[in-house]
Design a protein around this ligand. Structure first.
Ligand SMILES: [Fe+2]
Length: 87
């Protein structure tokens, strides 16, 4: 059984509400939504790449990287949802 990636463990963090001003929250929301969109895009590109390789080692490597991208997205989503910024 493969070991969990470090980011998978980190993603189990509790909700941490932001304590910044409303204006700063708007900026945070903008940046986090943009970053989450990029994580979704990158994950999709890795997914397509996985199907393009014949080497099982390369496919597993790309799948691992894709999972890390999903974990990044999870952290961003959790922050946005925790602070009522996800819509
Ligand atoms: Fe990422």
């Amino acid at each position: 059984m493969p070991a969990a990636s470090p980011s998978a463990e980190d993603s189990k963090l509790a909700c941490t509400p932001s304590s910044v001003s409303e204006e700063e929250k708007k900026n945070d929301a903008y940046l986090c939504r943009d970053a989450l969109s990029m994580e979704k895009h990158v994950s999709g590109v890795y997914n397509t790449g996985i199907f393009e390789f014949t080497s099982p080692v390369m496919r597993d490597t790309l799948a691992h990287i894709q999972k890390e991208e999903q974990n990044h997205g999870e952290k961003l989503y959790n922050y946005l949802a925790c602070n009522n910024m996800y819509s």
